[in-house]
Design a protein around this ligand. Sequence first.
Ligand SMILES: Cc1cc2nc3c(=O)[nH]c(=O)nc-3n(C[C@H](O)[C@H](O)[C@H](O)COP(=O)(O)O)c2cc1C
Length: 375
Amino acid sequence: MPTLATTIDGLKLPNPFIIGSGPPGTNLNVIARAFKEGWGAVIAKTVSLDASKVVNVTPRYGKLHSSDGKEVIGWENIELISDRPFKIWEEEFKKCKDMFPDRILIASIMEEYRKDAWIEIVERCQACGVDAFELNFSCPHGLPERKMGAAMGENPEILEEVCGWVKSAAKIPFWAKMTPNVTHIEDPSRASLKGGAAGISAINTIRSVIGVNLDTLRPEPNVEGYTTPGGYSSRAVKPIALRMVMEVAQLIRSEFPDRSLSAIGGVENGKDAAEFILLGADTVQVCTGVMKFGYEMVKPMCGELLAFMEKHKFETLADFKGKSLDYFTTHADLVKRQTERKATQKAAAAAKVVKADGEWSGDEFVKQSDALSRG
Ligand SMILES: Cc1cc2nc3c(=O)[nH]c(=O)nc-3n(C[C@H](O)[C@H](O)[C@H](O)COP(=O)(O)O)c2cc1C
């Protein structure tokens, strides 16, 4: 019987399914619900020291539906990090660890580009007993005026420096969460790993505009007649996430083989998770999927992933982690491989046609003489 249990950066998880930072980890009540349903770990909604500077708007979501209108394929949000006071979060982190001492609670943190702020948030969160951190370097829309989130995550030099600050204060592992809104995700990932991150989480949401209302002519989501580009998530982003996870996995494999990778982006079932693990992920996060299907989705996800493992006779996640990574190459190499295969096939076909003279019969004479004249 295969097992989904795994230990990553010293964190013991019953399965690789993690609640990604966002609404499904927005307070103690919902985090407790996630643990009760069996999620492997929870990453809480991103917190910062001064929540009074975080002001959300409504509406803040926009959805792309399938043409029959029944399915949500893509989801844009212009939601900021948590607007709940940091003091309340400190109490809830403590209570959560009292209630679930052996479950993994990860604090997602984000701060301004100031060493003292990062050190303070790390020290205060770890004093509450959280098991690890995820550094949110990737929120695409909010707080660029404070150089937070993606405004920081686009700059590898700053990332290395900030990870260094966190490393100097953190007694627990931390992952750096990448923005996909860069040309080469390897650059900020490498900088974060150099700075001391134990792992990379990828991806956050993709900068997007969900649509324009053809009656009002206003882009959506419409807030007082205006909007701002938001972050795209859900099923539609999975192919982009797979590509970026593959790129980070190649980097980790070649330059940082002892570091971990947590994949995020459009995961809705156990098969999606298997694909991300085959491309090098250790764990898989789900955010929008939980908002669509509820916390119970973790049970079928575990069943589907186990069924995949049984089919291929994999006993542990490590047995297939990164197994499909070897099959990426350049386009020029694809052309070379295809040309070689066609040439070999042609030669084999020609060889098959040529028979010894004594075996010839009927019209076969025509085929045989043709084959012999080709040499
Ligand atoms: C409404 C909403 C709010 C989010 N808030 C946060 C957040 O506070 N911090 C963070 O790191 N990521 C946040 N995310 C990003 C998700 O954690 C995740 O990286 C992204 O949505 C892609 O995964 P998914 O397709 O499973 O949702 C948010 C996503 C959504 C949809």
